[in-house]
Design a protein around this ligand. Sequence first.
Ligand code: UDP
Length: 487
Amino acid sequence: MAQVHAPHVVVLTSPGVGHVAPVVELATRLAALHGVTSTIVTYTNLSSPASSPALASLPPGISTAALPEVPLDDLPGGAHIVTRIITVVQRTLPHLRSLLCSLLGSPACGVTAFLADMLCPAALAVARELGVPHYVFYTSSLMSLATLLYTPELARTTTCECRDLPGPVVLPGCLPLHGADLVDPVQERTDPVYGLLVDMGLDYLHSDGFIVNTFDALEHETLEAFKELSDKGVYAPAYAVGPFVRSFSDEAAKHRCMPWLDEQPDGSVLYVCFGSGGTLSTLQTAELAAGLEASGQRFLWVVRFPNDKDSSASYFGGKTTDHGDADDPLSYLPEGFAERTRPVGLVVPEWAPQVEILGHRAVGGFLTHCGWNSALETMAAGVPALAWPLFAEQRMNAVKLASEHVGLALRVSARREDGLVSREEVAAAVRELMVGEKGAVARERARELRAEARKALVPGGPAHQALAAVVDMWKCAAPSPEAAVAA
Ligand code: UDP
């Protein structure tokens, strides 16, 4: 007799809070709106303490399973973050297969669909082999997905480095992009990570659909163009289920920056944070400090340990500096900086409750690395941004945020060849955002985008409809657990 149970999905998340938190939010919505239960599958390797709060108190119907640790000691010491993640994804595939088989065989559970985070499309093949519908949960913009889908063609049809392409990369419904604004691992053809990204673009083609943390008002043309391509069978369909913005920090109310913000005038504070992993060099940290001081603006800065080699060095948490032994990132700030700026500034080490900070009435600007969650969070809070991209697809996100269509961000740009942003450039950009005319225009756009983001999320609105369409599809396509196990 066929077993009947509520739809149950398995969602594989790659490491990093910027991936884990949206996965938890997706699972929470699936449970609350559609009665769909989930198992969130995490990796033991590369797990970061910052992800723990998101996984700590899950609502009923959501459970977790961790894939066992696999050895990585054969990777070179400074292996790129993408290499490390993809190696873990590949080496844990047998464990994932066992987990899916045991869930498929469980009378209480079954697997209605399998969702792989954007960095784990190699895992789709396992679900496909087991006859389980398989989707990508894409935690960045649809435009960046379009560029990754284009990567195999880029590799096949060009021979130069993409920064030397004679013209912009123009993809359907996307902003024209300079080759240098494509994701950072495709910047060097000889880099082994280049091939991994090409494979990722090919793996995406096995997906039955893309569930994307974006919304129509932000990416209308890209969604339309993607729909045309999926109607023609070029790509699987994309569903805009965002924007997902939620804080998982119980400690927010207790964090010392909140009472400090309470004392600041409305819209006066620049919040400075480079996501969960963005890392500046020692010299850049000093220039940023001097620039903030010279700007004369109020600021709240989440300071990380510097690292001169890797702009994503703190992605998995902890101390990463290659300078000295100090245990406090604030000790790497220029001497006397914290004391001199105390009347207008607050520096906090490593981590702060970002969603609450952006939602505070005192915050009037965000100096951001343009990680996609940070981008959505600043939009949802109606706070204009200064875009300072560092790695991954952040340059592309910065182009989008500063584009005429979005218009939420001003750019911080370095004139020096080595990419160092000078204190003068920092100070000028900060003043322009906080008290300049361009900043005022960006602030107005930020307010409009906040209204659009809210509209996307109203009950019965576009995000709910998109998620409902996905769930309907799962319900129609669900194989019986017995059939899948037999396959
Ligand atoms: N975040 C935070 N406090 C911090 C730094 C980061 O709460 O001090 C959160 C931020 O709100 C966002 C996530 O961590 O939800 C970072 O994701 P994003 O996509 O912006 O960047 P990534 O860390 O993936 O580069």
